[in-house]
Design a protein around this ligand. Structure first.
Ligand code: SAM
Length: 348
C-alpha cells in the first residue's frame, strides 16, 4: 500500500511539480531509490546534465551573531579569526576566473568591519571581469542590499535555516525571524537571484517542518536552494547533539528538485563532509551545482570552521577541479563553463 502511494505521489510530482504537505512528508520519510531516480530525471529534463561550478571565497570568519550551531559564533573564543584584505579577495577572485570559473561567491560571518563602501568596491572590481557575483554575508538593510546590487552583485544567498518560527528563535538568540523574511523579500524586490535553504537535522526539527520549508521555497519561487545537514561543532551549545540524518537531507534535496524543477541546487560541502562521496549522491538526487573553495591559504580555510573536518580544506582550487572532473565522469556529468543563472536552465 505504502509503495503504491509513493509511486502515485511521484507521478503527480513529475507531472505537476506540486504536492501537499502530507505528500511531501511521505516522500521525505519513505521516498527511497524511486524518489532519487524521479528527482534525477526532473533535473536532467529541466536543468540539463551540466554542472555549474562556483568559486567560494570565505573572506572573513568574524561574526557578531551567536547561532547555536555555528562554529563562527561570536562567543566562540577558540577560533582563530581572520579577515582578508580587499586586494586579497579580488586577486583570489581573479585567479579563479582565470581558471575558467564564472561565478564568485563571497561569503563571511556577519562582520561589521567591512563597511558598505568597501564591499561595493570589491564587487565592482570583480565585475570588471566576466563573472557573476553572489553574496552571502547575512542580514543587511534594504539600502545596503540596494548599494550592493548597484555595484553589480547578481545573486544573494541567505538561508532561512528553518521556517518554523519557534525553532528559529530557539537556535538564533537575539535574531528575528521576521527580519530574515524581510531580507529575502527585499532581495527579490531588488532583482537579485535569490538563494535560500535550510539546515536539516537540528534537534527538535520534524519531517513536517522540513515539508513546510520546501513549500516555502516554492511559495517564494527561490532561484537557488542550499540544503545543509547539521554537523555538531564541539565549541557550540549544540556540540553534544547528534548530526543530521544524511538520507533525510538527500530526500529533501530530491523533493525540492521535484517541486522547483529548473532552479539551481548545490551539492553542499556539509553533505560531502558527513558521508564519503556525499557530493556525488546529492548530484544524483537532483543537484546541479558545486561550490569549490577558491582560497589557497589552507590555514584560513580551516579557520572558517562552521563545523569540524570540513571536506576539501586541504586541496587547492586546481586540485579540487581535477578531482571533481574525475568523479563527475563516473556519473556521466561534466562541468560547464557558464555563469549558471536560473534562466540558463530554461535555455534563455
Ligand atoms: N553569515 C551568512 C549567513 O548568515 O547567511 C553566511 C555564513 S553562514 C556561516 C553559512 C551557513 O553555514 C549557514 O546558512 C548555516 O546553515 C551553515 N552552518 C553553520 N553551522 C553549521 C553546522 N554546524 N552544520 C552545518 N551547517 C552549518
Amino acid at each position: 500500500m505504502k509503495e503504491n502511494s509513493v509511486k502515485d505521489i511521484l507521478n503527480k510530482a513529475e507531472e505537476k511539480h506540486s504536492l501537499d504537505k502530507e505528500e511531501i512528508i511521505t516522500l521525505l520519510q519513505s521516498g527511497g531509490d524511486e524518489l532519487i531516480r524521479a528527482a534525477d530525471g526532473v533535473r536532467k529534463k529541466y536543468a540539463g546534465d551540466g554542472i555549474y561550478i562556483r568559486a567560494l571565497i570565505e573572506f572573513s570568519n568574524y561574526c557578531t551573531r551567536t547561532c547555536y550551531y555555528c562554529g563562527l559564533r561570536a562567543e566562540n573564543n577558540n577560533v582563530q579569526r581572520y579577515r582578508m584584505s580587499p586586494d586579497e579577495i579580488v586577486n583570489t577572485a581573479y585567479a579563479a576566473i582565470d581558471k575558467g570559473l564564472r561565478t564568485i561567491v563571497l561569503q563571511s560571518g556577519e562582520d561589521c568591519a567591512f563597511v558598505m563602501d568597501e564591499l561595493c568596491r570589491i564587487v565592482e572590481r570583480i565585475k570588471k571581469k566576466d563573472a557573476a557575483v553572489t553574496l552571502s554575508i547575512g542580514e543587511k538593510t534594504y539600502k545596503e542590499y540596494k548599494s550592493l546590487k548597484s555595484a553589480g552583485a547578481d545573486r544573494y544567498l541567505l538561508r532561512i535555516e528553518t521556517t518554523n518560527k519557534e525553532l528559529y528563535q530557539k537556535y538564533h538568540p537575539k535574531m528575528s525571524f521576521e527580519n530574515r523574511l524581510r531580507c529575502l523579500e527585499d532581495l527579490r524586490t531588488l532583482g537579485y537571484e535569490v538563494g535560500t535553504g535550510s539546515l536539516i537535522g537540528l534537534e527538535g526539527q520534524t519531517a513536517e517542518m522540513i515539508a513546510e520549508d520546501i513549500l516555502f521555497f516554492k511559495k517564494i519561487d527561490a532561484d537557488m536552494i542550499g540544503l545543509g545537514v547539521f554537523i555538531p561543532h564541539p565549541d557550540t551549545p549544540l556540540g553534544c547533539t547528534a548530526a543530521g540524518n544524511f538520507d533525510l537531507a538527500l530526500n529533501a534535496v530530491a523533493v525540492t528538485r521535484l517541486l522547483l524543477p529548473d532552479i539551481n541546487i548545490p551539492a553542499t560541502t556539509a553533505m560531502e563532509t558527513l558521508r564519503p562521496n556525499g557530493r556525488l549522491l546529492v548530484l544524483s538526487a537532483g543537484a546541479n551545482v558545486v561550490m569549490l573553495n577558491a582560497v589557497e591559504n589552507s590555514e584560513q580555510k580551516k579557520d572558517y570552521s562552521i563545523y569540524p573536518d570540513k571536506a576539501g580544506v586541504n586541496e587547492g582550487l586546481e586540485e579540487s577541479l581535477a578531482a571533481l572532473k574525475n568523479s563527475l565522469a563516473k556519473i556521466g556529468r561534466e562541468i560547464i563553463v557558464s555563469k549558471g543563472f536560473r534562466y540558463n536552465n530554461r535555455g534563455e
